[in-house]
Design a protein around this ligand. Structure first.
Ligand code: BGC
Length: 395
């Protein structure tokens, strides 16, 4: 607590306090630094900031690196980290990589220079982040992969995650439950191929959708690669890669919008009508829904999502997005902080299973997910205290 206090007053001197205020930081909360600013400016601020903190030590115990501030999902995580860390005795700093593996590596190096003992990192690109993890490991730091798995390295100690295969299954099952008859047009979209989760989500969705494609319930309309593989119940990673590279959104709202527009332009009126859309997350779902809603030949659509982002909750209330998969970030934050504190106290954290990252089996703690649509949105997200009713209209 002492260290966090001195660090924050130092940051106020350096003029970074605006960021603390924006993110709701007060004197007992962890530091966040907005890496959206040019790197040189950040460095200058951090150097100035470290001066007054020296007397009580300017080290950081736990470093947290998140992928980008440009997606509400990760701002949600930041907010929940700040809430969870209010009363911690350890000093913590949160940095954002702004969708750049180079920035991510710089962030990890900056945190290592501050003496972190534990690194909680959600990689922008799971494979590229191996270098950052290895740099941390070389300094004796415990590395916790957060939400996304860092792949092809043995420099990971733990993984905290949601059940991502279950996310994809829930999305696919939702489409199935809303469909009747045969020949329903199906549009598939996926996340970024650099994110291991994109494969897990797709694997889960495919496992339930494929039998319903094989029996004629759905007809895939926007992926020749998926059509070529539609008789295979289980796909290899290479096979999934082929489909994902064709229908990826790269987790980017504009890319999702452009792809959806191109698909609808290429589709004939008979490929439209009442359509079913596998959208990988909320941000891309809103972009894709906005495109489908303006096509005169689309008479209705069912579209999936995940993350329970506020904007998508409003879309669900308004009937513009069909469902989301609620991943309670508070649990993931709590699990990773508990893990970090256990390590700092010299004990071994509890885990519930493991994930192979291409090199080793990483000990993991996994959290379940909840399907949310108009029927249960109030119970799941408002009555549970996750959001305030006043944040939405028409509830
Ligand atoms: C996360 C999702 C998120 C997506 C895009 C995934 O790795 O699990 O919650 O929507 O990345 O940022």
């Amino acid at each position: 607590m002492k260290k966090v206090l001195s660090k924050l007053s130092a940051l106020a001197v350096a003029g970074v306090m605006t960021i603390g205020m924006l993110t709701g930081c007060s004197s007992s909360q962890p530091t966040t630094t907005d890496t959206n600013q040019p790197a040189a400016e950040n460095t200058a601020q951090e150097q100035t900031a470290s001066e007054p903190a020296k007397s009580s030590g300017d080290t950081v115990d736990i470093g947290i690196v998140l992928p980008t501030k440009d997606e509400p999902r990760w701002v949600q995580d930041e907010t929940r980290f700040i809430d969870a860390l209010k009363d911690t005795d350890y000093s913590v700093e949160i940095l954002f990589s702004q969708g750049s593996s180079a920035k991510e590596k710089e962030n990890v190096e900056a945190l290592l220079a501050k003496g972190i003992k534990v690194l909680i990192i959600c990689p922008h690109d799971g494979t590229a982040a191996a270098a950052a993890a290895e740099a941390a490991k070389a300094e004796g730091v415990t590395v916790i992969s957060y939400d996304r798995l860092i792949t092809d390295t043995d420099a990971i100690d733990y993984y905290v995650t949601f059940d991502s295969v279950a996310v994809g299954k829930a999305q696919g099952q939702y489409l199935i439950d809303k469909a009747s008859g045969t020949g329903n047009p199906l549009y598939l979209y996926a996340g970024a191929a650099s994110d291991n989760n994109a494969f897990l989500f797709f694997e889960g969705a495919w496992s339930v959708l494929q039998p319903k494609i094989a029996d004629g319930t759905f007809v895939i309309k926007n992926s020749s690669e998926a059509v070529a593989l539609q008789d295979k119940a289980t796909l290899t990673r290479e096979e999934m890669s082929k489909i994902i590279s064709q229908v990826t959104t790269n987790w980017d709202f504009n890319e999702a919008k452009n792809k959806a527009e191109a698909h609808l332009t290429a589709a004939k009126p008979e490929d439209k009508g009442d359509v079913f859309i596998l959208a990988p997350n909320d941000g891309t779902a809103r972009s894709i829904a906005n495109v489908f809603t303006t096509d005169k030949d689309v008479t209705s659509y069912v579209i999936t999502g995940q993350d329970a982002e506020k904007a998508s909750i409003q879309y669900i209330i308004d009937g513009k997005q069909s469902m989301t998969v609620f991943k309670d970030v508070r649990t993931l934050v709590k699990d990773s902080i508990d893990m970090a504190v256990t390590v700092l106290q010299g004990s071994t954290p509890e885990t519930t299973g493991s994930y192979n990252n291409g090199k080793i089996d990483v000990k993991a703690k996994q959290t379940e997910v909840i399907v949310v649509d108009q029927q249960n949105v109030k119970a799941a997200l408002i009555d549970s205290g996750y959001y305030e009713a006043s944040e939405f209209t028409g509830l």
